[in-house]
Design a protein. Structure first.
Ligand SMILES: [Zn+2]
Length: 250
C-alpha cells in the first residue's frame, strides 16, 4: 500500500535531510540512494549517463553527427575540467534481477518507449550505453532493493545567479521515507558551464538550451512512468539553507 506523506511531513523530511552540495559527481535521481551513496551529488535521471543522453539529443537535433565514442569522450573531457584527474562517469545498477537497474536508462533503451526521449532512437541510446559503460573511468553504484518512492522533490536555487549550496538526501532511514530527488537548477548550471567546453572544435557549437530541452523531456518521460501518481514538490533552497516548497499538480 502506498502511504501518503503530508506536505508537513515532506517539509520535515527536507529540513532533516538537507545535503551540502558536492559538485564533482552526478548521480541518478533514484530514491534508493543512501546518504553515503549520493552525498550531495547533482541528482539527475540516469546520473552522468542521463546527462550524456541530453547532450546526444541536442547534437542530433542540431544536425551534428558524432559517433557514440566521440560523444562520450567529449563529455568525459568536459567533466574532467571540473572534477579533476580522478574524474569518474557515474551511473548505477541495482541488486535485483533487472537487466539494467537504472529505470531511466532501461526505459530509454526499450523499444516500448521509442520516440519518447526526443529525436534519439532506443537503438542509438543502447549504443551510447555500451560505450559509456565500457569507458575505463566509470563509477558504478549498486542500489539495494526494489523501488518504493514516497514522492518527487525538484530542487531549485533562489535565483539564476545565486549559488545552490544544497541538495536533499533521498532517504530518511529512521522514518523509512524515500524520495526521487532532481537538482533542476544545479543541472542547468552544469549544462551552461559544460556546453562551451563540450563544443570545442565542433563546426557548430552546441546550444545549451537544446541540451536543457532534451534533459527536461527525458526527465518527464521517465518520471511520467516511474513517478506516476506520486506527489511532486518544487523546493526552492536559498544560500542559507532556508527553503520554500510548493506541491505541483499531479
Ligand atoms: Zn537511475
Amino acid at each position: 500500500m502506498v502511504k501518503k506523506i503530508t506536505k508537513k511531513g515532506v517539509e520535515e523530511f527536507v529540513s532533516k535531510e538537507l545535503a551540502k552540495a558536492v559538485n564533482d559527481r552526478m548521480h541518478c535521481m533514484d530514491e534508493r540512494y543512501t546518504k553515503e551513496q549520493s552525498e550531495g551529488a547533482v541528482r539527475v535521471p540516469g546520473g552522468d549517463f542521463g546527462m550524456v543522453m541530453a547532450f546526444a539529443g541536442a547534437l542530433k537535433d542540431e544536425g551534428t553527427q558524432l559517433t557514440p565514442e566521440e560523444i562520450i569522450e567529449r563529455y568525459f573531457k568536459t567533466v574532467k575540467r571540473k572534477r579533476g584527474d580522478n574524474a569518474k562517469l557515474y551511473y548505477h545498477d541495482d541488486d535485483s534481477d533487472h537487466e539494467i537497474g537504472c529505470g531511466h536508462a532501461a526505459m530509454a533503451m526499450s523499444q516500448k518507449y521509442d520516440g519518447l526521449y526526443g529525436s534519439l532512437t532506443y537503438t542509438e541510446i543502447r549504443q551510447l550505453y555500451v560505450v559509456f559503460t565500457n569507458h575505463p573511468n566509470t563509477s558504478l553504484t549498486t542500489l539495494k532493493g526494489e523501488h518504493g518512492s514516497d514522492g518527487v522533490l525538484f530542487i531549485h536555487g533562489e535565483s539564476a545567479v545565486s549559488p545552490i549550496p544544497y541538495s536533499v538526501h533521498s532517504q530518511d532511514e529512521e522514518r523509512k521515507e524515500k524520495f526521487f530527488v532532481v537538482d533542476i537548477d544545479r543541472a542547468y548550471r552544469f549544462i551552461d558551464k559544460a556546453t562551451p567546453h563540450f563544443s570545442v572544435g565542433l563546426q557548430k557549437f552546441v546550444n545549451a538550451e537544446d541540451v536543457k530541452r532534451n534533459f527536461l523531456l527525458q526527465l518527464k518521460t521517465t518520471a511520467g512512468v516511474l513517478a506516476a501518481g506520486l506527489s511532486k514538490y518544487d523546493i526552492v533552497i536559498n544560500p542559507q539553507g532556508n527553503f520554500q516548497m510548493e506541491q505541483l499538480p499531479n
